[in-house]
Design a protein around this ligand. Structure first.
Ligand SMILES: [Zn+2]
Length: 254
């Protein structure tokens, strides 16, 4: 094939690259918000062929500053986010089988998540994040992302690593009903709408997609962030990586 006629020619030039690992992978993206948009865009451009998008919400105009796959018409028509992403995603990668699932993620169990090779957590609240964490732990690697304004985080959970719940304190549990920021930070003032930028969203989703590439290449490109937590500060342009200690009495894997 002519080198300019192969969509994936330039990425295949990376030493050790296995395009078939990407085309064979069955991937789920939980949450069709800002991070979900960017993660799905990245996955489809990379050549993922089997993609499931889970979300029950509809598009609003305030999504459009950071959701590359949504349009003004989607907001006006109150299109379901997962369906809008499926339609736009199909244009990016016409051969991909994209399945929207219009459900609250908290209704999906570990049997559902076991169908996938990787799950992306692109959620905006801790309750849903903990549900996905618990139901993926014994089933599939979870690549979880979150952003708040200029700040972002990525955590990878892959058995037997520490999980998201391992790092939760008693105080965290006590106030779980309150809205948290996407980085898991407790808020002093209740505010359900978090500040969000397209810039931080792209960076964090890019890091999440790179973690997927490392996981499906089975260490060929080095270790994933499994059991660790990457914090990104857009104001200083620094990233820091922290180890997450595995909690002995964590309810997810005792
Ligand atoms: Zn845990």
């Amino acid at each position: 094939m002519d080198i300019d006629s192969d969509v994936h020619d330039r990425q295949k030039r990376i030493s050790g690259w296995g395009q078939e690992k990407i085309t064979d992978a069955n991937v789920a993206v939980v949450g069709a918000g800002a991070l979900g948009n960017e993660v799905v865009k990245n996955l489809l451009q990379l050549g993922v062929q089997r993609l499931t998008i889970i979300d029950f919400d509809t598009v609003v105009k305030a999504n459009l500053n950071r959701c590359v796959l949504f349009t003004e018409a989607d907001a006006e028509n109150k299109t379901l986010k997962a369906e809008a992403m499926t339609l736009a995603g199909q244009k990016l990668n016409p051969s991909a089988a994209i399945t929207p699932i219009i459900k609250n993620v908290e209704t999906l169990d570990d049997k559902f998540f076991a169908n996938f090779d990787a799950v992306f957590g692109c959620l905006d609240n801790l309750g849903a994040r903990l549900h996905v964490n618990a139901n993926c732990y014994n089933a599939v690697p979870l690549i979880d992302g979150g952003t708040t304004g200029f700040m972002g985080k990525v955590q990878v959970v892959s058995k037997p690593s520490a999980c998201i719940e391992c790092a939760m304190s008693k105080q965290d549990y006590a106030i779980l009903w309150r809205k948290y920021s996407c980085t898991g930070k407790q808020l002093d003032i209740f505010d359900p709408k978090m500040p969000a930028l397209p810039t931080t969203t792209s960076i964090i989703a890019g890091i999440q997609a790179n973690e997927f590439l490392k996981i499906i290449h089975s260490g060929k490109f080095g270790a994933s962030l499994a059991g660790r937590y990457l914090f990104y500060n857009g104001l200083t342009a620094e990233t820091r990586i922290y180890s997450v200690e595995k909690r002995e009495k964590c309810p997810v894997h005792q």
